[in-house]
Write a protein that binds this ligand. Structure first.
Ligand SMILES: Cc1cc2nc3c(=O)[nH]c(=O)nc-3n(C[C@H](O)[C@H](O)[C@H](O)COP(=O)(O)OP(=O)(O)OC[C@H]3O[C@@H](n4cnc5c(N)ncnc54)[C@H](O)[C@@H]3O)c2cc1C
Length: 470
């Protein structure tokens, strides 16, 4: 419950249209794209400028009000669920592309800019902003930075952190921090830009970002290879890279996903194969043609039962359909879709997929796996029903085993979706006790009162390590 005088001060800062506290308004800000987490905020504030954000934070700080920064709430780790109530700071009105600097190859944007809108604006000038999360039609740049979002082009171009060179952010006490600059080099002190990237709204509110741009690649081609055997597909992935080809996209779907997609879109995918690889290459026309030819040859050598190369944009679009439709096809099967994010070194892809398959069988669960094979980033997706408490217990045990194996293979508990609430119990598995202590120290330095996105990243109830019986 927010004190009426505090509400009045917030109204004076942003205007009464931009302070919401009616029950039906609060419900809309009580959840995000992560199943199973929901909590009502006490109030929602939609600022328009950095100065407004700073004033709102000062009030929250004085009054010990929890604040949850929010973009489009597409995150998959419970990051914008206001666990402790308080104030949701929705940054969607700060949606201006402030500058595209063609000399320095940078774009400076407000946090509420939609990712795809930035892509379109820079591409119209022959420039390129590579990070492309699957949610790009609705996700915001602020949310992408706070989650260090990846995407389909990550293998060749990296992830969001590789493109953020300067930030403006408001600290929990309302002070404004500037980091980095339009600089190719900058080693002045600790790298606060990188520290804020992936900080999941727990350290500061990002109010402006300067992003690095590249020249738009001349051309792009797409191909799809189908494998009867999973290990053949995994070998093809390794061999492509070993041949010094870094495709822009190298995506994977397992048998369960292939069948669900085929049920949904009926595009003639074979049902008895273990893996599909979808590959794209971009660059100069000659280089792309050479790489695509070589990738096709490698897939054939590794026993692909079919290799299709698109010759037109329309054909490429058709080949991409299967991968684009994967999540929608899966989500329609059961009421609850739990999309996980296990990531291993690329060379461990086959044992990881095999483990997921065995664990699903052991716990009698439907888990379909797809993901960014080139990055070793898999999305084992469990189709379940949150009302079935017995099944949900089995889901938890299954993911304990999956994450145990991920760590054993040298992997991580999240490659791109963040820790939030959903993975907080596993964080120590990856970073150890000393990692947790250092992270808590950093949190305290930025946010001594613990008002910014409380209840995220850290938990009092870590998951117990499991012993996997083979
Ligand atoms: C269908 C689908 C596909 C997806 N595909 C991908 C994918 O390919 N790759 C990938 O990495 N992710 C993917 N995601 C996850 C999600 O889209 C990303 O994490 C995205 O970056 C979140 O952006 P958002 O604007 O929705 O942020 P939100 O969900 O609103 O917020 C995410 C986190 O950032 C914090 N935050 C938001 N804005 C700010 C700010 N201005 N300052 C400080 N903190 C802030 C929030 O507090 C929260 O912790 C997908 C999600 C869906 C639903």
């Amino acid at each position: 419950m927010i004190d009426p005088q505090v509400k009045q001060r917030l109204v004076e800062i942003v205007g009464e249209n931009w302070v919401l506290d009616q029950p039906e308004e609060l419900v809309a800000y009580s959840y995000d794209s992560t199943p199973m987490y929901q909590e009502l905020p006490d109030i929602v504030v939609l600022p328009k400028t950095t100065e407004e954000v700073a004033k709102v934070m000062k009030i929250a700080y004085e009054n010990n009000i929890p604040v949850v920064p929010r973009g489009s709430a597409t995150n998959l780790s419970g990051g914008t669920v206001p666990l402790k109530g308080g104030l949701v700071l929705a940054l969607n009105r700060m949606n201006q592309i402030l500058e595209i600097d063609e000399e320095n190859l940078t774009a400076t944007v407000q946090p509420g800019v939609i990712t795809q809108e930035l892509h379109q604006a820079v591409e119209a000038k022959g420039l390129f902003y590579p990070p492309d999360p699957g949610s790009l039609r609705i996700s915001t740049i602020g949310g992408n930075i706070a989650e260090n979002a990846g995407g389909l082009r990550g293998l060749k171009y990296g992830v969001t952190k590789d493109y953020v060179i300067a930030l403006e952010a408001v600290l929990p006490n309302g002070d404004i921090l500037h980091t980095g600059g339009k600089l190719a080099k900058d080693v002045a002190g600790y790298d606060l830009t990188k520290l804020l990237i992936g900080s999941e709204g727990t350290l500061a509110v990002i109010t402006k970002a300067t992003l690095k741009l590249l020249p738009l690649p001349e051309t792009k081609r797409t191909m799809l290879a189908i494998f009867k055997d999973l290990t053949d597909a995994a070998r093809a992935v390794s061999k492509i890279i070993a041949n010094k080809i870094i495709p822009v996209t190298l995506e994977f779907m397992d048998n369960a996903t292939i069948n669900v997609v085929e049920d949904y879109v009926k595009i003639g995918l074979p049902r008895d194969v273990e893996a599909i690889l979808l590959m794209e290459q971009d660059g100069s026309k000659d280089q792309v043609d050479r790489d695509i030819e070589k990738m096709a040859e490698i897939c054939r050598q590794e026993q692909a039962v079919s290799v299709q190369v698109a010759n037109t944009a329309k054909e490429a679009e058709q080949l991409m359909t299967a991968r684009r439709m994967a999540l929608s096809a899966l989500a329609r099967l059961k009421p609850t879709t739990i999309l996980e994010d296990a990531t291993v070194p690329r060379s461990q892809l086959a044992p990881m997929v095999e483990t997921i398959k065995n664990v699903a069988k052991k716990y009698n669960l439907m888990i379909c796996t797809f993901g960014h094979a080139g990055d070793g980033n898999l999305h084992p997706t469990c189709l379940t029903d949150v009302r079935n408490t017995d099944e949900i217990k089995r889901v938890e045990k299954a993911f304990d085993e999956i994450y145990e194996k991920t760590i054993e293979l040298g992997g991580t508990i999240t490659g791109e979706h963040g820790v939030g609430i959903a993975k907080a119990g596993y964080l120590e598995w990856k970073v150890g006790q000393s990692g947790i202590e250092v992270m808590k120290g950093i949190k305290k330095a930025f946010d001594p009162k613990g008002i910014l996105n409380p209840g995220k990243l850290f938990t009092d109830q870590p998951r117990k390590r499991v012993v996997i019986q083979s």
